[in-house]
Design a protein around this ligand. Structure first.
Ligand SMILES: C[S@@+](CC[C@H](N)C(=O)[O-])C[C@H]1O[C@@H](n2cnc3c(N)ncnc32)[C@H](O)[C@@H]1O
Length: 215
């Protein structure tokens, strides 16, 4: 998707992906990663997710990457936080306490920008991207991140029934994209019953998959 697509979504408040609470999979599986408090966690394509605040609340230092300044502003405002703004490479960095949101294009990240990120959390980031961008996304993470671990949440459904985003990402694509990583499925749930938009489109199964990754 082009940046303009996402800027328009945020401007029109079409943010159905945003969750009113921290993600249940994050809460269930993050503690099992065993990452020490104080570790830095990278959250690509983070929106204004409450997951950022949840991770900070668990004692982690969080670095979100987000294209939309509107999303970044909203996050700090809705959290009641005053952010300091600075610059790092191609990014505008908004920082308050243990949360930094880097406003800019994920694909502009350099190795030094994530050299301290030993945690990774991806919910609705990989699946927000069309196929050709997904391979670039997985390649960049594989190339840039130091050793660490994280969680990835994907969706798998009949793509021909509905255009993304969110896009369907099958298990095989995840394993091929992160070929150098240890990728372990920890949960898979068919959530079609809770997804009227997909039901109306004739989608028969909508599988949310949660992976623990080690890189
Ligand atoms: C589907 S939303 C998911 C947001 C968040 N992960 C959540 O769970 O609420 C995808 C987000 O990625 C952002 N985005 C899309 N392309 C991006 C890029 N190339 N670099 C940084 N952010 C991007 C969009 O603005 C949008 O906020």
């Amino acid at each position: 998707m082009e940046p303009a697509f996402w800027h328009r979504k945020w401007a029109d408040n079409q943010i159905g992906f945003h969750q009113a609470q921290a993600n249940p999979y994050l809460q269930r599986y993050w503690p099992g990663l065993g990452l020490a408090a104080g570790s830095r966690v990278l959250v690509p394509l983070c929106g204004k997710s409450l997951d950022l605040a949840w991770l900070a609340g668990q004692g982690y230092r969080v670095r979100g990457i987000e294209l939309s300044r509107r999303a970044v502003e909203d996050f700090f405002q809705e959290q009641g936080l005053q952010a300091q703004v600075s610059h790092q490479g191609a990014f505008e960095v908004w920082r308050s306490g243990d949360v930094e949101l880097w406003c800019g294009d994920f694909f502009a990240l350099r190795a030094e920008d994530v050299a301290d990120c030993v945690g990774l959390y991806d919910r609705a980031a990989l699946i927000a991207l069309p196929p050709q961008m997904r391979s670039g996304y997985m390649r960049l993470l594989s190339q840039l991140l130091p050793a660490g671990s994280g969680l990835l949440v994907t969706l798998d459904y009949q793509q021909e029934r509905l255009a993304g985003p969110p896009f369907s990402v099958v298990d095989d694509e995840v394993r091929r994209g992160f070929a150098g990583w240890r990728v372990e499925e920890v949960e898979a749930q068919d959530v079609i019953g809770d997804s009227p938009k997909f039901l109306q489109a004739g989608v028969e199964r909508l599988v949310e998959r949660v992976y623990r990754v080690q890189f």
